[in-house]
Design a protein around this ligand. Structure first.
Ligand SMILES: Cc1cc2nc3c(=O)[nH]c(=O)nc-3n(C[C@H](O)[C@H](O)[C@H](O)COP(=O)(O)OP(=O)(O)OC[C@H]3O[C@@H](n4cnc5c(N)ncnc54)[C@H](O)[C@@H]3O)c2cc1C
Length: 439
């Protein structure tokens, strides 16, 4: 066992938070703000995002680590870095399905209001910020009778200027990510260890007393009164399994998607943001949005996957629509976090239905050479379901051990989950701090 000075000292921390995505960063920041001694353990590196291909490949496209592949070779990416997937996300905020959580005893209204007060910029892009491509797709969809409208974004619009280029190089912090809340936690005295992969939770008399983690090849232990697992939809169930809760990581969702793209004759890309406008089709159980991919590399990977070599390097003129379907629960994770789930025929059908709709929107918008990409998966979650493996305080069967991330979502999902995860984070902090109002 290695020695990391104060980190391994017994009972040194009030709260150990594992993972720094939206769930972990919210809890760490809230607890540090109330003078709690907080340790954040993060598997990934902590370099400032620079927007480069190399960094995004290292943090998001390493096979079997950040790029997971299902048996049908559906790719699923997650950010393994400080800020988690929110470093690479598309910054779209979706309203919380409050009733789903309430049915499990979790009322997120107050927490959501508080989060929104702290992120007052959440809202649709102003008209002058919407690019010609996104407007053209919106007009086409509206012409065809769809309620296609600007989506709420985590974009700090007061800082925005037309030269803003979407991507992860964001020195002005225009796209909000949970990295900003990690920084707040650090300012309030929290400690962050990067390259620290938590392997299991340490238990004594069925109570969590700390965690064991691996850093640069050496195992360490850190002790604290409360442990919050926020390692994401795949990370948290793996840690719980290694801690003895064996049934987690089954019957989850991964919300499959496809994109449909076409080449436009004369409209070319400006400084596009993904997911500027879109439309939900609740009866057909999918969402559709415009989808400008941030990296040319991704465009070319998608075209190559379906042998559309004629569309390689056509990114500048490529209009793209994402169709993301609500997924049925199913599948299982391996103990090492590989995803064994088959995309069902019902989900495929939904996506193909959406594909035809997207094709018509693109045709009507003036695109040609339209094609659909291969299936992809997003948002793995529901692996440690609320009501089954955590109670309405997000506590596991072990005292002092909580889970707060995408994994606790209790049912089939199909929505961008960050707003719900932020509210869950605030809800947990308030409970831990004894600030929840009695009803
Ligand atoms: C390309 C992309 C676009 C997206 N766009 C949107 C969007 O527009 N809107 C939206 O709402 N959602 C979006 N999402 C999804 C969203 O980003 C995630 O659902 C969200 O970040 C999940 O938050 P989390 O706290 O559950 O976990 P994560 O963000 O996955 O964070 C988990 C953290 O835990 C760390 N970790 C994992 N295992 C360990 C371990 N053993 N020890 C220590 N640390 C560990 C990881 O490195 C990571 O930092 C997108 C996701 C991607 C990949």
């Amino acid at each position: 066992m290695g020695n990391l000075g104060s980190v391994v000292a017994r009972d040194n921390y009030d709260v150990i938070v594992v993972g720094t995505g939206p769930g972990g960063a919210t809890v760490a920041r809230d607890m540090a703000r109330k003078q709690k001694k907080v340790l954040m353990l993060e598997w990934g590196p902590g370099n400032a995002p620079n927007g480069g291909v190399v960094q995004s490949v290292m943090e998001m496209l390493i096979p079997f680590k950040s790029l997971l592949l299902t048996p049908q070779v559906l790719g699923m990416v997650r950010g393994i870095c400080t800020g988690g997937s929110s470093i690479y996300y598309y910054g779209t905020s979706y309203p919380i399905p409050f009733e789903m959580f309430k049915a499990k005893g979790v009322d997120l209204k107050e927490a959501d209001n508080e989060v929104r007060k702290e992120l007052p910029f959440i809202g649709p892009l102003k008209e002058h910020m919407i690019t010609t491509m996104a407007k053209t797709m919106r007009e086409s969809a509206q012409d065809l009778g769809y309620n296609w409208k600007p989506l709420d974004k985590y974009i700090i619009q007061d800082k925005w200027s037309p030269d803003y280029k979407w991507g992860v190089n964001d020195p002005r912090d225009i796209k909000w990510s949970s990295l900003m809340w990690v920084r707040d936690a650090l300012k309030d005295g929290a400690t962050l260890l990067n390259h620290a992969k938590v392997v299991r939770v340490l238990l004594e008399n069925k109570k969590a007393v700390g965690v064991e983690f691996k850093m640069k090849g050496t195992m360490y232990r850190a002790y604290g009164s409360t442990v919050v697992l926020a390692a994401g939809g795949i990370g948290s169930p793996c840690i719980l399994r290694a801690t003895g809760i064996k049934d987690v990581g089954n019957d989850f969702f991964f919300d499959p998607l496809i994109t449909v793209c076409g080449e436009h004759k004369y409209i070319t890309k400006e400084n596009e943001m993904p997911m500027q406008c879109g439309c939900a089709f609740p009866d057909d159980e999918y969402l559709m949005t415009d989808m400008a991919l941030p990296l040319w590399l991704h465009e070319n990977i998608f075209a190559t996957e379906v042998f559309r070599f004629d569309q390689l390097f056509k990114g500048k003129k490529t209009f793209r629509i994402m169709v993301k379907s609500k997924d049925a629960l199913g599948g299982r994770l391996t103990d090492g976090g590989q995803v064994l789930k088959i995309l069902g025929s019902k989900e495929k059908k939904k996506l193909l239905h959406g594909k035809e709709r997207a094709r018509k929107i693109l045709e009507h918008a003036g695109c040609h050479s339209i094609y659909g990409t291969y299936y992809f998966a997003a948002h793995p979650g529901g692996t440690v379901k609320l009501g089954e493996f955590v109670d309405s305080n997000l506590k596991t069967q072990f005292d002092n051990l909580y889970v707060c991330d995408c994994s606790v979502i209790p049912e089939a999902w199909g929505l961008p989950p960050v707003q719900s995860i932020l509210a869950l984070g605030r809800y947990l902090s308030k409970n831990l701090l004894g600030e929840t109002k009695k009803k």
